[in-house]
Design a protein around this ligand. Sequence first.
Ligand code: DUC
Ligand code: ZN
Ligand code: ZN
Ligand code: ZN
Length: 484
Amino acid sequence: MTTIIKNGTIVTADLTYKADVKIDGGLIIEIGPDLSGATVLDATGCYVMPGGIDPHVHLEMPFMGTYSADDFESGTRAALSGGTTMVVDFCLPEPGQSLLDALNRWDNKATRATSDYAFHMAVTWWGEQVFNEMKTIVQDKGINSFKHFMAYKGALMVNDDEMFASFSRCAELGALPMVHAENGDIVAQMQAKLLAEGNNGPEAHAYSRPASVEGEATNRAIIIADMAGAPLYVVHTSCEQAHEAIRRARQNGMRVYGEPLIQHLILDESEYANLDWVHAARRVMSPPFRNKQHQDSLWAGLAAGSLQCVATDHCAFTTEQKRNGIDDFTKIPNGTGGLEDRLPLLWTHGVVTGRLTMNEFVAVTSTNIAKILNLYPKKGAILVGSDADIVVWDPKLEKTITAKNQQSAIDYNVFEGQTVRGLPRFTVSRGVVAIEEGTVKTREGHGRFVARDPYPAVSKALSTWKELVAPRKVERTGIPASGV
Ligand code: DUC
Ligand code: ZN
Ligand code: ZN
Ligand code: ZN
């Protein structure tokens, strides 16, 4: 049964042209003018783009004494509603726990996914078992990226020697280390000080994690990766200091990637000054929202190519869950949603305003991350042989974002009241129509795990520092006798 996407304009990361797309068996089998087939999806007036890939989500994540509220079913349903056809979640072993045991749990949760998905593995502790299991994870389990938390002291955080050991192992295996870059030691002290001084409200969350703390950790992780001969992916890059470190590293020839979130691009620190505790607490996430200068830096980085991907860090908690921190901001579960709104918001604030071209939009929502995670051209492309993960994007469709008709399981939306222009007319997941003009047709369990191979190239460090760390013993003659 073939499907034709007809009369649309194909937009990829590098081309814009008119053509039809023919789909069979979940794959794109032909691209060209005047194609015909059994089922026709009318794309007149629309852009036909690779479906979005969100490289950073936490579905049913055990965190801060609770679980994030969207599971793989509601989370991927939200994703597809907004034109995202693949998500990458983080498998989180507890400190001391086997990576393979944790992966079993994640495999079970993900059977409910309605879109395709992959995993990053978190390294939350270090030891011989982790060292050994990393090889199995890369070579047998189709996971080629490892996340390290430099914050969340006493829970998920790893220290510098653990990171250096793990990054070095990544370099050997052809895997990509990733970091949540915030100095967790300083954050912990700042939190204690603020609480002791009576600052227990959600605004103190932002005071405890300023931009410099993120900039320091980003710099540190870059140097550790460089010394280990590994590339580095910095998740949720939210400020100029972190962006600057990434720019500088790239200029030095390092493969370092930065990922702004749609939340940081659109929302700012004034949210935490809201007099309504609930309003502010719902927006508590790490890193926190920043000011306009930081936002401008992130937008500039996306246009200039010094930042590569826009993600969500979708980690949604209900108001009831947020209330856990009513007397103590450090107990407010960290996280916000965004899976359904990422593409429409980035189109509205990026493409409609002229800050991004349509091709740059495709690059930062899909193609770049497909290349970075070694998913390309199975994902992130409109090419013959690629998976038919496609969004038929209608630039004239409008809506006002509201929790009343969102797919996410939570009771609010941090973008409530924002009007977006540009929405999916169809979202197609491996050839199957999942969303049609706002009607949800997703199928629980349709999603498949996408295995990723290790990278052949990543262990070749490119840094200008490299020669300084290649040891060469100096052979000396004339060693003086003792007593001289
Ligand atoms: N930040 C959040 O806000 N939530 C999940 C984890 C994280 O790093
Ligand atoms: Zn994080
Ligand atoms: Zn409010
Ligand atoms: Zn995260």
